[in-house]
Write a protein that binds this ligand. Structure first.
Ligand SMILES: [Zn+2]
Ligand SMILES: [Zn+2]
Length: 262
């Protein structure tokens, strides 16, 4: 399985890094060129030909930083539709997209356009806890603990499984399933704020480095390759320092443009 990082931060921002300016973008991960996991970033990083190859979009939740690429994806594909792109998530998320985004007011209803027989998007509801086939991958959605209905995903291809946490605070079920998934090869886990902002993390239901460490331990695999994402760009350097102090052996903080193979 090949994972390409289009965006991996909790907000869009140009930041100054050691090697010059770096563009942080909101979450979007392209798997095997055809499945997009969250749609925070699409158009700014993918050529039209690459956007046309996307068959499914797995959405963890409805927050704007995870869906903001969908309207422009629809625009870019509007005269290119061969087959609709399948927006795949729990029913609450799909219902929210229809009533709050593609409602003919905020944006055109691309579930009916350009013509109801051949729309840009179709919906596919996911039942939680059940393995389902998505573009050749096996996907299980597990609810996590966030401000709105949110799921993380187990995404398996053959004998390799990737865990994607979604936005979450302290949670249990997803780690329990991770602990009993022998094919688990890597985990993408969110961390949004530095430890000093634990109170904001608590009310917004996100993790800090200390909270991340506590959650990660629940998997019981200290050597599992773990990729931390969803850092708020403003606190990036501080969060990176705090994560480094945890001394977790195979921890990587994700960057835009990175590719992972498992
Ligand atoms: Zn988010
Ligand atoms: Zn969120």
């Amino acid at each position: 399985m090949k994972i390409r990082v289009l965006g991996c931060h909790g907000s869009d921002q140009l930041v100054d890094g050691g090697l010059g300016p770096h563009q942080c973008r909101t979450c979007g991960f392209l798997i095997n060129e055809t499945v997009l996991v969250d749609a925070g970033t699409v158009g700014p990083t993918l050529r039209l030909a690459e956007q046309k190859r996307i068959r499914h979009v797995l959405l963890s939740h409805l927050h704007f930083d995870h869906i903001q690429g969908l309207p422009t994806l629809a625009d870019n594909l509007v005269d290119e539709v061969v087959e609709p792109v399948v927006l795949t998530s729990i029913p609450e998320v799909l219902k929210g997209l229809q009533s709050h985004v593609f409602n003919g007011e905020v944006y055109p209803d691309f579930l009916q356009l350009p013509d109801p027989q051949h729309p840009i998007f179709v919906f596919r509801p996911l039942s939680v806890g059940k393995e389902q086939e998505v573009s050749g991958l096996r996907v299980i959605a597990i609810p996590v603990n966030h401000q709105v209905p949110t799921v993380g995903f187990f995404i398996r291809e053959g004998q390799s499984t990737l865990l994607y946490s979604g936005d979450t605070a302290e949670t249990e079920e997803i780690w329990k399933l991770a602990a009993r998934t022998p094919t688990l090869k890597a985990a993408l886990i969110e961390t949004s704020f530095p430890d000093a902002m634990a109170e904001l993390a608590r009310v917004s239901k996100h993790l800090t480095p200390s909270l991340f460490a506590r959650e990660f331990r629940k998997i019981g695999r200290p050597d599992l390759p773990v990729y931390v994402y969803h850092l708020k760009p403003r606190f990036r350097e501080q969060i990176r320092r705090e994560l480094a102090q945890l001394k977790i052996p195979n921890l990587t903080v994700l960057e835009e443009g990175q590719e992972i193979s498992i």
